[in-house]
Design a protein around this ligand. Sequence first.
Ligand SMILES: C[S@@+](CC[C@H](N)C(=O)[O-])C[C@H]1O[C@@H](n2cnc3c(N)ncnc32)[C@H](O)[C@@H]1O
Length: 348
Amino acid sequence: MRAVEALQEAQKIAFAPYIFQATISLRKLGILDFIFNSKNGSTLHEIAEGTSVSEYGVGVLLEIAESSDIVLINENDKYELSKIGYFLAFDKTVNVNINFNNDICYQGLYHLNDSIVNGKAEGLKELGDWPTIYEGLSKLTPQQNKSWFEFDHYYSDYVFNDALEVVFKKNPKRIFDVGANTGKFAISSCKFNDDVNVTMVDLPGQLNVALGNAKKEGFDNRIKGHEIDWLSENPQLPKDGADIIWMSQFLDCFSKDEIVKILSVCANSMDENTELFIMETFTDRQKFDNAKFILEATSLYFTTIANGNSKMYKATDFIDLIDQAGLKLEEDINQIGENHTILICKKK
Ligand SMILES: C[S@@+](CC[C@H](N)C(=O)[O-])C[C@H]1O[C@@H](n2cnc3c(N)ncnc32)[C@H](O)[C@@H]1O
């Protein structure tokens, strides 16, 4: 890279919050949609009229958007969307990430440095007064709730079908869904197989939401709940043992020491036949740099907003933690959807 290009990139980072918020505004005010829907591009005046935004407002937004390659000016002096602008307006993954970053992370991220120095999610106070985000999930505003759950579900829902195929090859009769969240996996399991029973394991607030969802789907006879706080002194799984303990996108909510503690509690509750399934998106298992980048950025959400001490991990980290917890890795399935891995463990 030439120095002049490097300086331009450095300036883009220096002004990154402006570009991000201008993008939010261009989306919210319908300016990107309006430009996309116009046949051969639109003038500033046409966009201002069509969106009922002042020419001043549209003008400042589009000037920075043009310098940031979000829009371009064509040979007729009209604005068009660039490819970047198209993805910012219409790509599903970008959409989910933008809403999550704006509604959940943006204000809290200001406290990133304090979070690193203090080892505490100092940005969480911008959302509410909770020890971690997880106690607050059932208390978010409707817009925050939508953005958090769309982000969370987006990165696991689409692989649940592939994952269910792997899980039910083992013909389980009872599953513990640890970190059941809204109950989506438990409900999908009951739809996939008519005989299975699932116990959802989560914090009380979230468990209530999940049990309500299971009931709405008519599965209250096969789906039960077990309240737990894994960060408490002596967390225990239910006594009626499971054939499979399932954890999807769950252990990344904890520090390495906490993961060893959780896995050790699981190991103690397992017999020689019980299998523990860990499904994660590992940073060292991604085919595309783009996916690795999203995961590494998501780690900073954990640092600043979620809990201050967890992250998106490498598979090599987990393989080591599994061993420390008294478990052995039996299967390592690396092709669940495009981004997920399932590690299947047994007691040593
Ligand atoms: C990222 S969500 C996992 C979502 C779901 N399994 C999936 O694949 O989409 C993490 C879940 O772990 C739960 N959790 C976080 N901290 C916890 C704790 N200390 N004790 C019990 N559950 C906890 C949260 O309430 C949440 O439902």
